[in-house]
Design a protein around this ligand. Structure first.
Ligand code: FHN
Length: 465
């Protein structure tokens, strides 16, 4: 037998050491999880601070982009397979065309950062069943089924880790139009009630959620959706998987059992403030997945008003973009978000970590006479200003500046100081008493200002009414 001399053994040892070290580094990058929070408040802390997140719907549906065989598919882009009743054998061919050569994870994360967003949630698998990461559970995924062969989630997780951005995964736990036993595809596989739904859950959905929670570093939340056929028992299995693998990971409100926070309907903002933790998922145009024909972008001003409306009611705004088949976030949506980000750079103190409004009258009031579509009293929205708070401070974001000054709602606390946020001199804003009402003589902003924030430093931690 040939024996190794000392230098050879040393260099072998060195190589082995290097291998062990690099394996450890890879594991450290991919498998580290955050420690279990000691309380629900601790678990929710980052979410309550963040307020503004980026939702990304991306998958094979970006290729047809709202059209199939020359016909326009109505509705949201990511539903094209369902709307057009496309057989699995035809739809899955799209995977062979998926080659988004312009995809740049770093750029996406940078865009979210520029927009002032504090977390990203991306579709790891939408209803079409296609996984945007290398899944050992199903070869119908971006690495094994496409010419692209790159693990999108891996690249995004690495970019998020580098830039200190939180990352969460959307996962369609119930609907899976590719799996014979998943919910939703009745044109290939017949009625849902005849399917072995638990087989699909056990053999695809549960293992995939495990993969997502073990291969991609800390996952800030799992965003489940459309809980069709999700009994409490079935939903609970997902809760256990998440709690076991990443106890700090939040679960949204659409699993099938109560999550860590409430998720509103799509694009829905409650009329009044809520006391619990909640989030509004919303679109920047009218679709989640990219549609070539939808260019009806919400303006920065609209986005900003919605953000302040939501935050002042105690919620988070999860705002979606739909990258195209090349991997590019449509420029108008990215530009509008960056404009919002520039505003947040100046006025963000009124947003991040801020509490809900102590007032409520600024939201509007229920009409005594008019009814909404459901026959309930119509809510007449006011949109002049919104209010957020921090201990000892009240932030009034003003959208419509009254010429004669802003009437402050009644409260008992003394006002120690009033100034406009971002004013380096913190120049005093005069508050005068007019017929028992405190009127803030706020400055008139320049013609291009969408909104600005008046800060009231008050006596005491919170508003007494
Ligand atoms: O069906 C989905 C839809 O495609 C999209 O993902 C939205 C996002 O909230 N959720 C479902 C509809 O509510």
């Amino acid at each position: 037998m040939k024996t190794l001399d000392t230098p050879a053994m040393c260099s072998l040892g060195f190589v082995l050491l290097l291998c062990v070290a690099s394996t450890c580094a890879v594991n450290a990058q991919t498998s580290n999880v955050l420690p279990a929070p000691r309380s629900q408040d601790e678990k929710m802390a980052w979410f309550r601070e963040a307020k503004f997140g980026l939702f990304i719907h991306w998958g094979l549906y970006a290729i047809p982009a709202g059209e199939w065989k020359g016909k326009r598919s109505p509705g949201i882009g990511e539903w094209v397979m369902h709307r057009m009743k496309i057989p699995v054998k035809d739809y899955e061919q799209l995977a062979q065309q998926f080659n988004p050569f312009k995809f740049d994870a770093e750029e996406w994360v940078k865009m979210a950062e520029d927009a002032g967003m504090r977390y990203i949630v991306i579709t790891s698998k939408h209803h079409d069943g296609f996984a945007l990461y290398r899944s050992k559970t199903s070869p119908y995924n971006v690495v094994d089924a496409t010419p692209f062969r790159r693990d999108v989630l891996k690249e995004l997780a690495a970019a998020c880790a580098r830039r200190g951005m939180k990352l969460g995964f959307y996962y369609s736990q119930a609907q899976d139009w590719h799996d014979p036993n998943g919910a939703g595809n009745t044109w290939d596989f017949g009625p849902d009630e005849n399917k072995d739904f638990d087989k699909y859950l056990r053999e695809k959905a549960e293992p995939q959620v495990r993969e997502l929670l073990t291969g991609y570093g800390p996952v800030c939340l799992v965003w489940f959706d459309t809980p069709r056929m999700m009994t409490p028992e079935r939903s609970q299995r997902f809760v256990e998987i998440v709690e076991k693998l990443q106890p700090a990971t939040l679960i949204d409100g659409r699993l099938g059992v109560k999550g860590d926070y409430f998720t509103t309907g799509d694009n829905f903002i409650p009329d009044l403030a809520r006391d619990d933790d909640w989030e509004t998922p919303a679109t920047v145009n009218h679709t989640w997945g990219f549609r070539r024909d939808d260019e009806d972008w919400k303006s920065p001003g609209e986005i900003l008003f919605k953000l302040m409306d939501i935050v002042s009611k105690g919620g988070n705004y999860l705002l979606n973009v739909g990258p195209d088949a090349d991997g590019v976030i449509p420029k108008p949506s990215a530009d509008n978000l960056r404009t919002v980000g520039r505003w947040l750079k100046v006025y963000g103190e009124a947003v991040y970590g801020a509490g809900r409004s102590p007032f409520g009258e600024e939201f509007g009031e229920f009409s005594a006479a008019q009814k909404d579509r459901n026959g309930k009293p119509l809510f007449l929205v006011r949109n002049d200003w919104r209010c957020t708070t921090k201990p000892g401070k009240v932030y009034i974001t003003i959208f419509n500046v009254p010429r004669e000054g802003l009437d402050l709602p009644p409260f008992k606390n003394q006002i120690r100081k009033a100034y406009v946020l971002g004013d380096p001199q913190k120049q005093e804003v005069t508050i005068e008493m007019v017929n028992g009402v405190r009127v803030a003589r706020v400055p008139r902003p320049g013609p291009h200002a969408t909104a600005y924030v008046l800060v009231l430093e008050i006596e005491g931690d919170k508003i007494e009414r």
